[in-house]
Write a protein that binds this ligand. Structure first.
Ligand SMILES: C[S@@+](CC[C@H](N)C(=O)[O-])C[C@H]1O[C@@H](n2cnc3c(N)ncnc32)[C@H](O)[C@@H]1O
Length: 463
C-alpha cells in the first residue's frame, strides 16, 4: 500500500471513530450515574437496540456469526431501525481490520521451522514470531537482533538457537539464575533433536535497562557483541503501551537498525499527546528503581498526519479496546460490571455526589472476585470506602430500582465494545503511516489467530 492509500484509510477510520468518540469513551461504572441510556444513545439507536433480544447477539452480528433476520422481520419500523444498527456495525467492519484486508495482510506465512508442539499461549506466540522473523529476515544477512521488552528472554533464546543470530534482549527487569535455567530448558523442549539447526551458533544476552526513544542502542549492542557492525533487526513481542511506539521511533532514528517486527499490546498504557490521562500524571515508568526522572514521551499519535489533526482516542476507549472482540462473541459477560454501576449510584447517594467535581472520577473499589449476588458484591466493595455502610435492605432497594435495566445495560456494553477493532485499527494504521511517511517500506501482517492471541498484528518495516 502506498503512503497516500494508507493516509486515506486512516483518515476514514479516524473520522468514523471521532463520530462515536463519546460512546467509545463511556466508562461502564457511570452507566446509571451519568444516565448513558438517555444521554449517549440517539433515539434511532435505542429503537434499534429494542429489536435485539439478546445483548450478546450484537458482537455476533458484528462478526457475521449471526444474521439480523429473525429479530427484524415484523414491521417497517423495525426494518428502518434495523438499518441503523446494521449501518453502525458495517461502519465498524469497513473501518477496521475486520475488512481492511488490503492493509492488514493475512499472508499465508512460510513455516520456516518445525517446533515440538507445546500447548500454551506463550509458546504458540513465540513459535509464530520466530517463524515470521526467519521467513522474512533469513536472507537479509543480519548481524544481530534486538528483542525490545524481552521479559524472561524466551523469544530471544529460542530465536538465537534456531537462526544463529546474536540476540540481545532489553528489558527493565533483571533476569535471575532460575530464569536462565528455565529458558535453556524451554529451548530444549521446543526444538526437536533431529532438526537442522544453523551451522553458526547463535547467542542470547540480556541487558537490563529502561528503554527510551533517545537511548544509545549502538553502545549497548557493542558492549554485548563487540563484533557488531551493521544491519540489526528489532523485534518485540507484546511490547506494552508506549514501548511499541518507542521501538518504532528507535528503528526510524537509528540507521544501523534495518528491520523491524513489532507486535504490540496494552493500548490502555499508551500515553497520548492530545488527551489527558485522568489516572496518571506522566508516562508510567515500570519498576523505576533508581527513581530517576526519565524523558517523558508520548506513544500516540506517531504519524505527522494525526499529529497535524491533534487526534486523540481517549483513555476509556483504549481501555475498552484492550478487550478482545473475538472473546466477546465467546464468553458470557459477568454480572459484576452491572453490580459495579449500581454501586456507583449507591455510593454517590450515600457518600456525596462526585459528578460535579470531575465527570471522569468514580469511587475506587478495586476488583471483587467470585460474588454470589449484589449484596455480597456491594458489601465487599464498599468496605474499601471510608464511612460507608451498605445494608441488605439498601441493596434490595437498589437492585429493584435497576433490575429492569439489566438488558439495556448489557446491550450498551456490547455496542460500545464493538468499537474496539476501530480503536486498535487507528493505533496500528498511525504506526504504519509513521514508517511510510519516512519512506520506509512497511506493512501490517496478522501473525496469530486472534482466538488464540487477540493482539495478533505485527508491524513490519525494512529500510
Ligand atoms: C507484556 S511483557 C512482554 C514480555 C515478552 N516480550 C513476552 O512476550 O513474554 C512487556 C515487557 O516489556 C517490559 N517493558 C515495558 N516498558 C519498558 C521500558 N520502557 N523499558 C524496558 N522494558 C520495558 C516489561 O518489563 C515487560 O517485561
Amino acid at each position: 500500500m502506498s503512503v497516500n492509500e494508507v493516509r486515506a484509510a486512516l483518515e476514514n477510520v479516524a473520522d468514523f471513530l471521532e463520530n462515536y468518540s463519546v460512546l467509545a469513551n463511556c466508562h461502564m461504572v457511570h452507566y446509571f450515574s451519568h444516565e448513558y441510556h438517555k444521554t449517549v444513545l440517539t433515539d434511532e439507536m435505542k429503537l434499534s437496540l429494542d429489536c435485539i433480544h439478546k445483548p450478546g447477539d450484537i458482537p455476533l452480528f458484528l462478526m457475521k456469526q449471526a444474521s439480523f433476520k429473525s429479530d427484524f422481520q415484523f414491521s417497517n419500523v423495525k426494518t428502518l431501525t434495523k438499518n441503523y444498527l446494521e449501518n453502525f456495525l458495517s461502519g465498524i467492519r469497513n473501518n477496521s481490520f475486520l475488512s481492511l484486508s488490503k492493509i492488514f495482510q493475512v499472508e499465508s506465512l512460510e513455516r520456516a521451522f518445525e517446533f515440538n508442539p507445546v500447548g500454551d499461549k506463550k509458546s504458540y506466540e513465540i513459535q509464530h514470531v520466530c517463524n515470521i522473523l526467519l521467513s522474512k529476515w533469513k536472507r537479509e544477512d543480519l548481524d544481530s537482533v534486538l528483542d525490545i521488552g524481552s521479559g524472561k528472554g524466551l523469544l530471544g533464546q529460542t530465536l538465537s538457537a534456531i537462526s544463529g543470530w546474536r540476540v540481545v534482549g532489553l528489558d527493565v527487569m533483571n533476569l535471575n539464575e532460575t530464569e536462565n535455567t528455565t529458558r535453556e530448558k524451554y529451548v530444549k523442549r521446543v526444538i526437536p533433536k533431529n532438526i537442522d539447526v544453523p551451522q553458526k551458533a547463535g547467542s542470547f544476552r540480556h541487558q537490563s535497562c529502561y528503554i527510551t526513544e533517545d537511548m544509545d542502542l549502538q553502545e549497548i549492542l557493542k558492549s554485548k557483541n563487540p563484533r557488531n557492525e551493521s544491519k540489526t533487526g528489532v523485534t518485540g513481542l507484546h511490547t506494552c503501551g508506549n514501548l511499541a511506539s518507542t521501538s518504532l521511533k528507535l528503528f526510524s532514528s537509528n540507521p544501523f537498525l534495518t528491520h523491524v517486527c513489532s507486535v504490540a499490546c496494552c493500548y490502555h498504557l499508551l500515553e497520548e499527546k492530545f488527551a489527558s490521562n485522568p489516572f496518571a500524571s506522566g508516562p508510567i515508568v515500570p519498576q523505576d528503581r533508581n527513581r530517576k526522572i526519565l524523558t517523558s514521551s508520548f506513544g500516540f499519535p506517531l504519524s505527522q498526519f494525526l499529529e497535524n489533526k491533534k487526534f486523540s482516542v481517549g483513555r476509556n476507549a483504549r481501555m475498552m479496546a484492550s478487550q478482545s472482540v473475538h472473546r466477546l462473541t465467546k464468553e458470557e459477560c459477568s454480572d459484576t460490571i452491572f453490580y459495579r454501576a449500581i454501586l456507583e449510584v449507591m455510593l454517590c447517594e450515600k457518600a456525596g455526589w462526585l459528578k460535579e467535581e470531575d465527570p471522569h472520577s468514580h469511587f475506587k473499589v478495586g476488583r471483587v472476585k467470585k460474588v454470589s449476588n449484589f449484596f455480597d458484591y456491594a458489601r465487599r466493595a464498599s468496605s474499601r470506602i471510608p464511612d460507608v455502610k451498605v445494608t441488605e435492605e439498601d441493596c434490595e432497594l437498589y437492585m429493584k430500582r435497576f433490575s429492569n435495566d439489566k438488558t439495556n445495560f448489557f446491550k450498551f456494553y456490547y455496542l460500545r465494545n464493538c468499537l474496539a477493532p476501530v480503536v486498535e485499527t487507528v493505533i496500528l494504521l498511525d504506526r504504519l503511516l509513521f514508517l511510510l511517511e519516512q519512506d520506509i517500506t512497511a506493512s501490517i501482517v496478522q501473525v496469530f489467530d486472534p482466538a488464540m492471541s487477540p493482539r495478533c498484528f505485527a508491524i513490519l518495516g525494512k529500510k
